[in-house]
Design a protein around this ligand. Structure first.
Ligand code: BYC
Length: 318
Protein backbone atom coordinates (compact mmCIF):
# COMPACT_ATOMS: atom_id res chain seq x y z
CA UNK A 1 0.00 0.00 0.00
CA UNK A 2 1.36 3.45 -0.88
CA UNK A 3 1.67 6.14 1.74
CA UNK A 4 -1.19 8.05 0.15
CA UNK A 5 -3.49 5.01 0.22
CA UNK A 6 -2.57 4.40 3.86
CA UNK A 7 -3.42 7.98 4.73
CA UNK A 8 -6.76 7.63 2.95
CA UNK A 9 -7.57 4.44 4.87
CA UNK A 10 -6.66 6.09 8.15
CA UNK A 11 -8.96 9.04 7.37
CA UNK A 12 -11.84 6.69 6.52
CA UNK A 13 -11.24 4.75 9.75
CA UNK A 14 -11.17 7.96 11.84
CA UNK A 15 -14.41 9.14 10.19
CA UNK A 16 -16.15 5.86 10.96
CA UNK A 17 -15.08 6.05 14.59
CA UNK A 18 -16.31 9.65 14.78
CA UNK A 19 -19.68 8.57 13.29
CA UNK A 20 -20.11 5.83 15.92
CA UNK A 21 -19.86 3.10 13.24
CA UNK A 22 -18.61 -0.32 14.33
CA UNK A 23 -15.34 -1.65 12.94
CA UNK A 24 -15.81 -5.18 11.58
CA UNK A 25 -13.21 -7.98 11.21
CA UNK A 26 -12.53 -7.52 7.48
CA UNK A 27 -12.34 -3.72 7.67
CA UNK A 28 -9.01 -1.96 7.49
CA UNK A 29 -7.80 -0.88 10.94
CA UNK A 30 -4.52 0.57 12.24
CA UNK A 31 -2.12 -2.08 13.57
CA UNK A 32 -2.14 -0.55 17.05
CA UNK A 33 -5.94 -0.63 17.16
CA UNK A 34 -5.90 -4.33 16.20
CA UNK A 35 -3.27 -5.09 18.87
CA UNK A 36 -5.13 -3.17 21.57
CA UNK A 37 -8.53 -4.80 20.95
CA UNK A 38 -6.93 -8.21 20.76
CA UNK A 39 -5.05 -7.64 24.03
CA UNK A 40 -8.18 -6.46 25.82
CA UNK A 41 -10.47 -9.17 24.44
CA UNK A 42 -8.01 -11.98 25.14
CA UNK A 43 -7.46 -10.63 28.66
CA UNK A 44 -11.22 -10.45 29.12
CA UNK A 45 -11.70 -14.04 27.84
CA UNK A 46 -8.95 -15.36 30.13
CA UNK A 47 -10.57 -13.52 33.07
CA UNK A 48 -13.90 -15.24 32.46
CA UNK A 49 -12.29 -18.68 32.28
CA UNK A 50 -9.84 -18.29 35.18
CA UNK A 51 -12.69 -16.61 37.07
CA UNK A 52 -14.54 -19.95 37.08
CA UNK A 53 -12.02 -21.35 39.58
CA UNK A 54 -12.81 -19.51 42.85
CA UNK A 55 -16.52 -20.32 42.49
CA UNK A 56 -16.03 -23.76 40.93
CA UNK A 57 -14.29 -24.66 44.15
CA UNK A 58 -17.60 -24.20 46.03
CA UNK A 59 -19.98 -26.17 43.80
CA UNK A 60 -19.61 -29.36 45.84
CA UNK A 61 -19.94 -27.43 49.11
CA UNK A 62 -23.01 -25.31 48.30
CA UNK A 63 -25.42 -25.39 51.26
CA UNK A 64 -28.47 -26.74 49.36
CA UNK A 65 -29.42 -28.40 46.09
CA UNK A 66 -30.92 -25.22 44.66
CA UNK A 67 -27.83 -23.16 45.64
CA UNK A 68 -25.71 -25.81 43.94
CA UNK A 69 -27.79 -25.72 40.73
CA UNK A 70 -27.63 -21.90 40.62
CA UNK A 71 -23.87 -21.78 41.21
CA UNK A 72 -23.27 -24.50 38.63
CA UNK A 73 -25.29 -22.53 36.05
CA UNK A 74 -23.39 -19.35 36.86
CA UNK A 75 -19.98 -20.99 36.51
CA UNK A 76 -21.06 -22.53 33.19
CA UNK A 77 -22.13 -19.06 32.02
CA UNK A 78 -18.61 -17.77 32.75
CA UNK A 79 -17.20 -20.54 30.55
CA UNK A 80 -19.66 -19.48 27.82
CA UNK A 81 -18.56 -15.84 28.14
CA UNK A 82 -14.97 -16.97 27.66
CA UNK A 83 -16.00 -18.81 24.48
CA UNK A 84 -17.84 -15.81 22.96
CA UNK A 85 -14.84 -13.64 23.72
CA UNK A 86 -12.25 -16.08 22.33
CA UNK A 87 -14.39 -16.33 19.17
CA UNK A 88 -14.65 -12.54 18.93
CA UNK A 89 -10.87 -12.25 19.40
CA UNK A 90 -10.22 -14.93 16.76
CA UNK A 91 -11.85 -12.63 14.17
CA UNK A 92 -8.64 -10.61 14.40
CA UNK A 93 -6.56 -13.50 13.11
CA UNK A 94 -5.11 -14.99 16.31
CA UNK A 95 -6.16 -18.51 17.25
CA UNK A 96 -7.54 -19.49 20.61
CA UNK A 97 -4.63 -21.94 20.99
CA UNK A 98 -2.17 -19.04 20.65
CA UNK A 99 -4.10 -16.94 23.18
CA UNK A 100 -4.12 -19.80 25.68
CA UNK A 101 -0.41 -20.42 25.05
CA UNK A 102 0.30 -16.75 25.82
CA UNK A 103 -1.67 -17.10 29.07
CA UNK A 104 0.30 -20.19 30.09
CA UNK A 105 3.59 -18.48 29.29
CA UNK A 106 2.64 -15.52 31.47
CA UNK A 107 2.53 -13.18 28.44
CA UNK A 108 -1.22 -12.52 28.67
CA UNK A 109 -2.98 -11.21 31.75
CA UNK A 110 -6.35 -11.85 33.40
CA UNK A 111 -8.23 -9.83 36.01
CA UNK A 112 -6.20 -9.56 39.22
CA UNK A 113 -9.22 -10.32 41.41
CA UNK A 114 -9.26 -14.00 40.52
CA UNK A 115 -5.96 -14.46 42.33
CA UNK A 116 -7.69 -14.10 45.70
CA UNK A 117 -9.01 -17.19 47.49
CA UNK A 118 -12.71 -17.94 48.07
CA UNK A 119 -12.59 -18.97 51.73
CA UNK A 120 -16.24 -19.27 52.79
CA UNK A 121 -19.72 -19.68 51.32
CA UNK A 122 -20.26 -15.93 51.86
CA UNK A 123 -17.54 -15.37 49.26
CA UNK A 124 -19.95 -16.74 46.65
CA UNK A 125 -22.28 -13.89 47.63
CA UNK A 126 -19.51 -11.28 47.59
CA UNK A 127 -18.14 -12.45 44.23
CA UNK A 128 -21.57 -12.27 42.57
CA UNK A 129 -22.48 -8.96 44.18
CA UNK A 130 -19.13 -7.15 43.94
CA UNK A 131 -17.04 -8.87 41.25
CA UNK A 132 -19.89 -9.39 38.78
CA UNK A 133 -21.24 -5.99 39.85
CA UNK A 134 -17.92 -4.32 38.96
CA UNK A 135 -17.72 -6.32 35.75
CA UNK A 136 -21.20 -5.15 34.68
CA UNK A 137 -20.40 -1.48 35.27
CA UNK A 138 -17.45 -1.89 32.91
CA UNK A 139 -19.22 -4.14 30.42
CA UNK A 140 -22.32 -1.95 30.06
CA UNK A 141 -20.01 0.75 28.80
CA UNK A 142 -18.22 -1.78 26.54
CA UNK A 143 -21.52 -2.59 24.79
CA UNK A 144 -20.73 0.60 22.83
CA UNK A 145 -17.11 -0.32 22.13
CA UNK A 146 -16.09 0.38 18.53
CA UNK A 147 -15.09 -3.18 17.59
CA UNK A 148 -18.29 -4.89 16.35
CA UNK A 149 -17.78 -8.50 17.54
CA UNK A 150 -16.66 -7.30 20.99
CA UNK A 151 -19.62 -4.97 21.42
CA UNK A 152 -22.11 -7.68 20.37
CA UNK A 153 -20.55 -10.21 22.77
CA UNK A 154 -20.90 -7.63 25.56
CA UNK A 155 -24.64 -7.19 24.95
CA UNK A 156 -25.29 -10.87 25.55
CA UNK A 157 -22.81 -11.16 28.41
CA UNK A 158 -24.33 -8.20 30.28
CA UNK A 159 -27.75 -9.90 30.38
CA UNK A 160 -26.23 -12.95 32.05
CA UNK A 161 -24.01 -10.91 34.38
CA UNK A 162 -27.08 -9.14 35.65
CA UNK A 163 -28.46 -12.49 36.87
CA UNK A 164 -25.05 -13.29 38.41
CA UNK A 165 -24.97 -10.03 40.33
CA UNK A 166 -28.47 -10.56 41.69
CA UNK A 167 -27.81 -14.13 42.80
CA UNK A 168 -24.72 -12.89 44.69
CA UNK A 169 -26.63 -10.06 46.34
CA UNK A 170 -29.39 -12.49 47.32
CA UNK A 171 -26.85 -14.77 49.05
CA UNK A 172 -25.54 -11.72 50.96
CA UNK A 173 -29.09 -10.67 51.87
CA UNK A 174 -29.93 -14.07 53.35
CA UNK A 175 -26.66 -14.15 55.33
CA UNK A 176 -26.99 -10.54 56.49
CA UNK A 177 -30.50 -11.25 57.80
CA UNK A 178 -29.48 -14.56 59.36
CA UNK A 179 -27.77 -15.50 62.62
CA UNK A 180 -24.95 -13.45 64.18
CA UNK A 181 -22.46 -15.94 62.73
CA UNK A 182 -23.96 -15.67 59.24
CA UNK A 183 -23.89 -11.86 59.37
CA UNK A 184 -20.24 -12.02 60.46
CA UNK A 185 -19.46 -14.26 57.46
CA UNK A 186 -21.09 -11.73 55.11
CA UNK A 187 -19.14 -8.84 56.69
CA UNK A 188 -15.88 -10.78 56.47
CA UNK A 189 -16.47 -11.49 52.77
CA UNK A 190 -17.21 -7.81 52.10
CA UNK A 191 -14.04 -6.85 54.00
CA UNK A 192 -11.88 -9.13 51.83
CA UNK A 193 -13.46 -8.50 48.40
CA UNK A 194 -14.12 -4.73 48.55
CA UNK A 195 -10.65 -3.41 47.73
CA UNK A 196 -9.77 -6.04 45.09
CA UNK A 197 -13.12 -5.17 43.42
CA UNK A 198 -12.11 -1.51 43.19
CA UNK A 199 -8.77 -2.64 41.68
CA UNK A 200 -10.63 -4.49 38.90
CA UNK A 201 -11.11 -1.18 37.09
CA UNK A 202 -7.35 -0.89 36.59
CA UNK A 203 -4.86 1.83 37.60
CA UNK A 204 -5.80 5.50 37.99
CA UNK A 205 -6.30 7.23 34.66
CA UNK A 206 -3.05 9.13 35.21
CA UNK A 207 -1.16 5.78 35.39
CA UNK A 208 -3.15 3.92 32.74
CA UNK A 209 -0.93 3.19 29.74
CA UNK A 210 -3.78 2.47 27.32
CA UNK A 211 -6.74 4.63 28.35
CA UNK A 212 -6.02 7.79 26.30
CA UNK A 213 -5.60 5.92 23.02
CA UNK A 214 -8.45 3.48 23.74
CA UNK A 215 -10.82 6.37 24.50
CA UNK A 216 -9.81 8.09 21.27
CA UNK A 217 -10.60 4.90 19.34
CA UNK A 218 -13.85 4.49 21.37
CA UNK A 219 -12.66 1.07 22.41
CA UNK A 220 -13.09 2.22 25.99
CA UNK A 221 -16.09 4.51 26.44
CA UNK A 222 -15.39 5.56 30.03
CA UNK A 223 -12.13 5.82 31.91
CA UNK A 224 -10.98 3.49 34.71
CA UNK A 225 -11.56 6.14 37.41
CA UNK A 226 -15.01 7.15 36.12
CA UNK A 227 -16.19 3.54 36.08
CA UNK A 228 -14.74 2.91 39.54
CA UNK A 229 -16.61 5.94 40.90
CA UNK A 230 -19.85 4.71 39.30
CA UNK A 231 -19.37 1.33 40.99
CA UNK A 232 -18.73 2.88 44.43
CA UNK A 233 -21.75 5.18 44.10
CA UNK A 234 -24.11 2.35 43.24
CA UNK A 235 -22.69 -0.25 45.66
CA UNK A 236 -22.43 1.70 48.93
CA UNK A 237 -26.24 2.08 49.29
CA UNK A 238 -26.56 -1.67 48.59
CA UNK A 239 -24.12 -2.40 51.46
CA UNK A 240 -26.16 -0.07 53.71
CA UNK A 241 -29.34 -1.92 52.82
CA UNK A 242 -27.62 -5.16 53.88
CA UNK A 243 -26.61 -3.54 57.16
CA UNK A 244 -22.94 -4.19 56.37
CA UNK A 245 -20.02 -1.77 56.70
CA UNK A 246 -17.79 -0.98 53.74
CA UNK A 247 -14.19 -1.39 55.02
CA UNK A 248 -13.07 2.16 54.24
CA UNK A 249 -12.84 4.79 57.02
CA UNK A 250 -12.51 7.55 54.40
CA UNK A 251 -15.73 6.69 52.61
CA UNK A 252 -18.23 9.56 52.76
CA UNK A 253 -20.83 11.25 50.59
CA UNK A 254 -19.56 14.46 49.01
CA UNK A 255 -22.51 16.87 48.45
CA UNK A 256 -20.50 19.13 46.19
CA UNK A 257 -19.30 16.38 43.86
CA UNK A 258 -22.55 14.41 44.15
CA UNK A 259 -20.40 11.29 44.56
CA UNK A 260 -18.84 9.25 47.35
CA UNK A 261 -15.25 10.09 48.30
CA UNK A 262 -13.27 6.96 49.08
CA UNK A 263 -9.89 5.99 50.50
CA UNK A 264 -6.58 5.23 48.80
CA UNK A 265 -6.24 1.97 46.91
CA UNK A 266 -3.14 -0.08 47.71
CA UNK A 267 -1.52 0.04 44.27
CA UNK A 268 1.55 -1.86 45.47
CA UNK A 269 -0.71 -4.81 46.21
CA UNK A 270 -2.43 -4.42 42.82
CA UNK A 271 0.84 -4.47 40.84
CA UNK A 272 2.19 -7.33 42.92
CA UNK A 273 -0.88 -9.43 42.06
CA UNK A 274 -0.84 -8.33 38.39
CA UNK A 275 2.82 -9.28 38.08
CA UNK A 276 2.12 -12.85 39.23
CA UNK A 277 2.72 -12.68 42.97
CA UNK A 278 -0.78 -12.70 44.45
CA UNK A 279 -2.15 -15.28 46.90
CA UNK A 280 -3.35 -17.74 44.22
CA UNK A 281 -1.62 -16.80 40.92
CA UNK A 282 0.44 -19.97 40.70
CA UNK A 283 -2.46 -22.22 41.71
CA UNK A 284 -4.82 -20.62 39.14
CA UNK A 285 -2.39 -21.03 36.25
CA UNK A 286 -1.35 -24.56 37.25
CA UNK A 287 -5.02 -25.58 37.40
CA UNK A 288 -5.70 -24.12 33.94
CA UNK A 289 -2.64 -25.82 32.44
CA UNK A 290 -3.70 -29.17 33.92
CA UNK A 291 -7.29 -28.79 32.65
CA UNK A 292 -5.92 -27.96 29.18
CA UNK A 293 -3.68 -31.03 29.22
CA UNK A 294 -6.42 -33.31 30.60
CA UNK A 295 -8.76 -32.15 27.81
CA UNK A 296 -6.25 -32.80 25.00
CA UNK A 297 -7.83 -36.19 24.14
CA UNK A 298 -11.23 -34.53 23.58
CA UNK A 299 -9.73 -32.06 21.10
CA UNK A 300 -7.80 -34.85 19.38
CA UNK A 301 -10.97 -36.98 19.10
CA UNK A 302 -12.85 -34.01 17.61
CA UNK A 303 -10.13 -33.41 15.03
CA UNK A 304 -10.05 -37.12 14.11
CA UNK A 305 -13.85 -37.12 13.69
CA UNK A 306 -13.69 -33.97 11.53
CA UNK A 307 -11.02 -35.62 9.33
CA UNK A 308 -13.17 -38.73 8.95
CA UNK A 309 -16.20 -36.63 7.97
CA UNK A 310 -14.12 -34.66 5.46
CA UNK A 311 -12.73 -37.84 3.88
CA UNK A 312 -16.25 -39.30 3.68
CA UNK A 313 -17.58 -36.13 2.00
CA UNK A 314 -14.72 -36.18 -0.55
CA UNK A 315 -15.43 -39.86 -1.36
CA UNK A 316 -19.16 -39.34 -1.77
CA UNK A 317 -18.58 -36.26 -3.98
CA UNK A 318 -16.15 -38.20 -6.26
N1 BYC B 1 -6.16 -7.06 36.37
O1 BYC B 1 -3.71 0.89 30.70
P1 BYC B 1 -4.61 0.08 31.57
C1 BYC B 1 -16.04 -11.58 35.17
C2 BYC B 1 -3.25 -4.13 33.30
S1 BYC B 1 -14.58 -11.50 34.28
C3 BYC B 1 -5.04 -7.39 35.68
O2 BYC B 1 -5.63 0.83 32.35
P2 BYC B 1 -6.63 -1.12 29.89
C4 BYC B 1 -16.26 -12.71 36.06
C5 BYC B 1 -3.58 -3.85 31.84
O3 BYC B 1 -3.85 -5.05 31.15
C6 BYC B 1 -14.64 -9.93 33.48
N2 BYC B 1 -4.37 -6.51 34.90
O4 BYC B 1 -5.27 -1.11 30.71
C7 BYC B 1 -15.78 -13.96 35.75
C8 BYC B 1 -2.29 -3.19 31.39
O5 BYC B 1 -1.26 -4.16 31.21
P3 BYC B 1 -0.78 -4.63 29.71
C9 BYC B 1 -13.40 -9.14 33.67
C10 BYC B 1 -4.87 -5.27 34.79
O6 BYC B 1 -6.69 -2.39 29.16
C11 BYC B 1 -15.93 -15.01 36.62
C12 BYC B 1 -1.88 -2.39 32.61
O7 BYC B 1 -2.50 -3.01 33.73
N3 BYC B 1 -13.53 -7.91 32.94
O8 BYC B 1 -16.84 -10.71 35.08
O9 BYC B 1 -6.81 0.15 29.11
C13 BYC B 1 -16.59 -14.80 37.83
C14 BYC B 1 -2.30 -0.92 32.51
O10 BYC B 1 -3.72 -0.79 32.60
C15 BYC B 1 -6.06 -4.88 35.45
C16 BYC B 1 -12.67 -7.53 31.97
O11 BYC B 1 -11.72 -8.22 31.67
C17 BYC B 1 -6.70 -5.83 36.28
N4 BYC B 1 -7.81 -5.55 36.98
O12 BYC B 1 -7.77 -1.10 31.03
C18 BYC B 1 -17.11 -13.56 38.14
C19 BYC B 1 -12.96 -6.22 31.30
N5 BYC B 1 -6.30 -3.59 35.15
O13 BYC B 1 -1.97 -5.34 29.08
C20 BYC B 1 -16.96 -12.52 37.26
C21 BYC B 1 -12.17 -5.97 30.03
C22 BYC B 1 -5.33 -3.19 34.33
O14 BYC B 1 -0.40 -3.40 28.97
N6 BYC B 1 -10.99 -5.19 30.24
N7 BYC B 1 -4.48 -4.19 34.11
O15 BYC B 1 0.36 -5.57 29.98
C23 BYC B 1 -10.98 -3.84 30.38
O16 BYC B 1 -12.02 -3.21 30.39
C24 BYC B 1 -9.66 -3.16 30.50
O17 BYC B 1 -8.67 -4.03 30.00
C25 BYC B 1 -9.30 -2.72 31.96
C26 BYC B 1 -7.88 -2.14 31.96
C27 BYC B 1 -10.26 -1.65 32.43
C28 BYC B 1 -9.34 -3.90 32.91
Amino acid sequence: MTEKELEQRQQEFDARIANEERIEPKDWMPDDYRKTVLRQMSQHAHSEVIGMQPEGNWITRAPSLSRKAILLAKVQDEGGHGLYLYSAAETLGTSREDMVKALHQGKAKYASIFNYPALTWADMGAIGWLVDGAAIVNQVSLQRTSYGPYSRAMIRICKEESFHQRQGYQIMLVLAQGSTEQKALAQDALDRWWWPSLMMFGPHDSDSAHTAKSMQWKLKRESNDDLRQKFVDQTVPQAEFLGLKVPDPDLKWNEERDHYDFGKIDWDEFWQVVSGDGPCNRQRLAHHIKAQEDGAWVREAMHAYQEKQRARNVCSAA
